[in-house]
Design a protein around this ligand. Structure first.
Ligand code: ADP
Ligand code: MG
Length: 335
C-alpha cells in the first residue's frame, strides 16, 4: 500500500517538473493534435498525432493510410489478386513463392500456433471460409466434418520463401495478425516523420508512440454485452494493446452466438471467452495473441501469458468474470 502511495506522489512531482519544463523551454503555439479516421482493411482505422506543422502532419497521415491500403491489397483473402488469395488458389498443387513480408508473417503465425498448441492457426480458414456473418451462414455438420482435418498449421510447409499446402482443402487467412502488422508499420512510418507522440488503431488493435503530452493514453475495453459501455480502461504509453471479442462480427442462430473467432479443434466459434485483451510492445504480437487467448480461455490463456516477458492480458470469460495476468495486479494483492 505504502509503496503505491509513494509511487504516485513521485509521479505527480515528476509530471509537474516535466510540465514546467515544457512551458519554459518549448513555447510552441502552433503544435497540435491532428486526427484522421478511414475505413480500410475491413475496419475503422484511426491515426492521431502531435505535430508542429499541419502540412507535415497531413503528409504523414497520408503515408500511413497508403501503407494500410498496400497491406490490404497484399493480404486480403477477399481480393482475388492478393498474395493470400494466390496462395489459397495455388499452394495445394505446388509450392508458391511469396514476398518476404508475407513469408515473415506466415512464420510468425506458425510460431504462435506452436506455442499455443494450435489455438492460433491461420489454416482455420479451411473451415472459417464457409462462414458468412453478414448473410448469417455457417457450414453444416457434414461440411465441418469433411474440412476439419484441413485445419492444421503443421501442414503449412514453409521453405525458402515458398508456401505449400501438404493436404487438400487447406486455406489460410491472416485476419488474426495482419491488422497488428499494419499498426506496427504505421508507427514506424510516423517515427520516420519525426513524430514522437501518436496513437494508431485499426479496429481492436492499437499502438501508442510516446504519451499524450506527459500523460498516458486511456484505452478502453468495450463491455462485451453492452456496446455503449466501456468495461475498463488501461493507461498506456509506448505500447500496443489488442482486443479480440465475440461481438465484432457475429450473428445469433437459435441460442448460439456464431462469431468470427474459430476454435481450430472444432471448426466452430470459440466459446470460452467474451473478450481477450493483450498488452505488449508490438501490435503484431498483441493482435495474434489476443485471438489466441480468446480461443484458449482464461486458465490456459493466462498460463501462456505468464511465460512471456513484457506481455500482459485481461480476459473476460464466458460468464463475464474478468481475469488479469500477474503483471497487471496491484503488488499488494499479489501473492
Ligand atoms: P478483429 O480485430 O478482426 O476482431 P481478431 O484479432 O479478433 O480480429 O481476430 C479475428 C480474426 O482472426 C478473424 O476475423 C479471422 O480472420 C482470424 N481468426 C479466427 N479464428 C482464428 C484462429 N483460431 N487462429 C488464427 N486466426 C483466426
Ligand atoms: Mg487479434
Amino acid at each position: 500500500m505504502q509503496t503505491r502511495l509513494t509511487g504516485s506522489r513521485y509521479h505527480v512531482l515528476l509530471r509537474s517538473l516535466v510540465l514546467l519544463f515544457a512551458v519554459i523551454a518549448v513555447p510552441d503555439a502552433s503544435a497540435d493534435w491532428f486526427k484522421r479516421t478511414l475505413d480500410v482493411m475491413g475496419t475503422r482505422v484511426q491515426v492521431e498525432l502531435w505535430q508542429q506543422d499541419e502540412v507535415k502532419a497531413q503528409a504523414c497521415i497520408d503515408k500511413v493510410f497508403a501503407e494500410m491500403h498496400r497491406i490490404d491489397a497484399l493480404m486480403s483473402p477477399y481480393k482475388p489478386d492478393s498474395e493470400v488469395s494466390l496462395i489459397n488458389a495455388g499452394a495445394g498443387s505446388k509450392a508458391i513463392a511469396v514476398s518476404e513480408e508475407v513469408y515473415d508473417l506466415l512464420q510468425r503465425s506458425v510460431a504462435i500456433s506452436a506455442m499455443s498448441g494450435g489455438a492460433f492457426d491461420i489454416t482455420f480458414s479451411s473451415v472459417g471460409y464457409y462462414y458468412d456473418y453478414r448473410q448469417k451462414l455457417q457450414p453444416d455438420e457434414e461440411l465441418i466434418r469433411q474440412k476439419l482435418d484441413a485445419i492444421n498449421y503443421k501442414n503449412l510447409q514453409l521453405k525458402d520463401r515458398t508456401v505449400h499446402f501438404a493436404r487438400a482443402g487447406m486455406r489460410i487467412d491472416l485476419g488474426g495478425i495482419a491488422k497488428g502488422h499494419a499498426v506496427d508499420n504505421a508507427i514506424e512510418i510516423l517515427k520516420q516523420c519525426d513524430v514522437q507522440q501518436a496513437l494508431v488503431s485499426a479496429g481492436g488493435d492499437s499502438r501508442i508512440l510516446g504519451d499524450r503530452q506527459g500523460r498516458p493514453w486511456m484505452i478502453g475495453i468495450r463491455h462485451p454485452r453492452d456496446s455503449a459501455a466501456v468495461a475498463l480502461s488501461m493507461p498506456l504509453t509506448d505500447s500496443a494493446m489488442s482486443t479480440s471479442g465475440d461481438y465484432e462480427r457475429f450473428f445469433i442462430a437459435g441460442d448460439e452466438r456464431i462469431h468470427h473467432i474459430i476454435n481450430p479443434k472444432t471448426g466452430r466459434s470459440a466459446d470460452r471467452s467474451w473478450s481477450a485483451t493483450v498488452i505488449g510492445p508490438r501490435a503484431t504480437v498483441t493482435d495474434a495473441l489476443s485471438t489466441t487467448l480468446f480461443v484458449l480461455g482464461a486458465d490456459r490463456g493466462l498460463e501462456l501469458i505468464e511465460t512471456l516477458d513484457g506481455i500482459d492480458a485481461i480476459i473476460i470469460d464466458a460468464s463475464g468474470v474478468v481475469h488479469y495476468s500477474s503483471g497487471l495486479m496491484d503488488p499488494a494483492e499479489k501473492n
